[in-house]
Design a protein around this ligand. Structure first.
Ligand code: PLP
Length: 465
């Protein structure tokens, strides 16, 4: 299996190389040259298997020669052993044809654990084989950072630096990043928003001297291995609801487009997915783009679903690559326009391609709180604000197509966002017992300017040579 860049100008890599490389050297994102297909019989055979076994069967064709079967199986087994639910990604029924896919039973209570725990294991295997050490730098809107720290803390051959927007993550999110005691992890509070953090991360990758000096690696969803691990729960949930004999739709609370793009790949692999519904909060650039055909930045407004406060949605580039018939030059041009002018227009052909697969909707702050309250009243379930954005947008999609089961992804545990949940319901969700002392642990964090030279200097100084 070969991996190519969405901008067409970077070296073609193996899975293992693409995983350790992160951002392609032409600024693009790596994608598999062809998407492996599973037959209806192979999909039907997933029914009743463990999450780990499904993960192995779905991921195996993408990983080529990088890992032996035993290595991949072992990595998957270790990745999910610490989850707080035997099903890993259990489905809960909300209404006759509406289901909630709970993706928050991992160590940091958000769906990011599903991929991060696996790539933590895969990185260890690959680095040991190559005798290499790396510096992981990640940008986070709140949940990627803690998931990455949890996956890489204490490892000898990895230093981890997480950039998060100062003052714009929830207190639980911040404490999960600032309280681990291992010396190889560093939380950096950047004066800026998430797009600034992700922009600086991309600038570091494009500073080839720095990149090579520190052995820079990325675990944001620009890393294809992240997206790959997220394909799995689209399969487990659809099969539980009758696939391949029945079509299923998904609503995905979306920011950087990684999770929903995993759903697109599941569909490309042969899973009968009817619609993929993009759910955004008031930062609705993706919803506006799907409706009007132009991708135009308006500035990010902080919301009660901070993990979706994003305007430069990295993985949308991968969706555009498919929509433009894998024309890397066209994608490079669009991304250049976005960087220089803050906007680009999607061609009519590409829009038709996107609308074949995706619907979209957005939910504002007041409505998000209402949905949390209504969901509790109607079903007894407490949902986090991100999941509530999904539930709110899914309602419209179910009305348009009541015959197809809808799965809404519950992307975080309500206890990660207790203030919003309490405001909506009067109930303050408790952290699971293993995290109950989170608010007593001392914090360790470095405040840093939104400045490339300052960030690079700090990383050079703090990493272990
Ligand atoms: C990261 C995150 C999202 C957005 O996921 P993307 O893959 O960036 O689209 C939504 N909800 C929560 C809780 C998250 O942590």
């Amino acid at each position: 299996m070969r991996y190519i860049s969405t901008r067409g100008q970077a070296p073609v890599l193996s899975f293992g190389e693409a995983m350790l490389t992160g951002l392609a050297r032409d600024g693009g994102l790596y994608v598999p040259e062809t998407v492996p297909v599973m037959t209806a019989d192979e999909i039907a055979a997933l029914a009743g298997l463990s999450y780990e076994e499904v993960a192995f069967r779905v991921m195996r064709p993408f990983t080529g020669d990088t890992f032996t079967e035993a290595e991949l199986k072992g990595a998957i087994a270790r990745a999910y052993a610490g989850f707080g639910h035997a099903a890993r990604a259990p489905l809960k029924q909300l209404a006759p044809n509406h289901f909630l896919l709970e993706l928050f039973h991992g160590p940091t209570l958000a769906f990011k654990d599903f991929a991060m725990q696996v790539i933590g294991q895969l990185f260890q295997i690959e680095l040991a084989k190559q005798g290499r050490r790396i510096t992981i730098v990640g940008a986070t809107s709140g949940d990627t950072g803690s998931a990455a720290i949890e996956a890489f803390r204490g490892l000898d051959n990895v230093d981890v630096f997480i950039l998060f927007p100062h003052g714009r993550v929830s207190e639980v999110q911040r404490r999960q990043m600032t309280t681990p005691i291992e010396g190889n992890v560093h939380a950096l509070a950047v004066d800026g928003d998430f797009d600034d953090c992700q922009g600086k991360l991309k600038d570091m990758f494009n500073d080839f001297a720095f990149r090579d000096e520190v052995g820079l690696a990325g675990v944001n969803s620009i890393n294809f291995a992240r997206v790959l691990a997220q394909i799995v729960y689209f399969f487990t949930s659809a099969v539980a609801l009758g696939a391949p004999h029945r079509k299923v739709s998904f609503t995905v609370p979306t920011g950087n487009f990684g999770d929903i793009f995993a759903g697109f790949l599941a569909k490309e692999m042969g899973l009968p997915v009817e619609r993929l519904v993009i759910a955004t909060n008031q930062n609705d650039i993706l919803d506006r783009c799907l409706k009007a055909g132009d991708y135009t930045k308006h500035g990010v407004t902080p919301s009660i679903s901070p993990s979706m406060d994003i305007e430069v949605s990295s993985n949308f580039e991968r969706a555009l690559f498919w929509a433009y018939g894998k024309d890397g030059a066209a994608i490079a041009e669009l991304m250049d326009e976005l960087k220089t002018r803050g906007t680009f227009t999607v061609s009519a052909n590409a829009m038709a391609h996107l609308r074949d697969t995706y619907d979209s909707g957005s939910v504002g702050e007041a409505r998000t709180l209402e949905v949390i309250g209504e969901t509790l009243k109607e079903t007894g379930e407490l949902v986090c604000p991100h999941s509530a954005v999904g539930v709110g947008v899914a309602a419209g999609a179910i009305e348009r197509d009541p015959g197809t089961p809808m799965v809404t992804l519950a992307t975080a545990h309500p206890a990660k966002f207790p203030d919003a949940v309490e405001e909506a319901t009067g109930l303050r969700p408790a952290l699971p017992p293993r995290m109950a002392d989170l608010f007593e642990r001392p914090e360790r964090v470095t405040r840093v300017a939104n400045d490339l030279a300052a960030l690079e200097a700090l990383i050079r100084k703090e990493r272990r040579a």
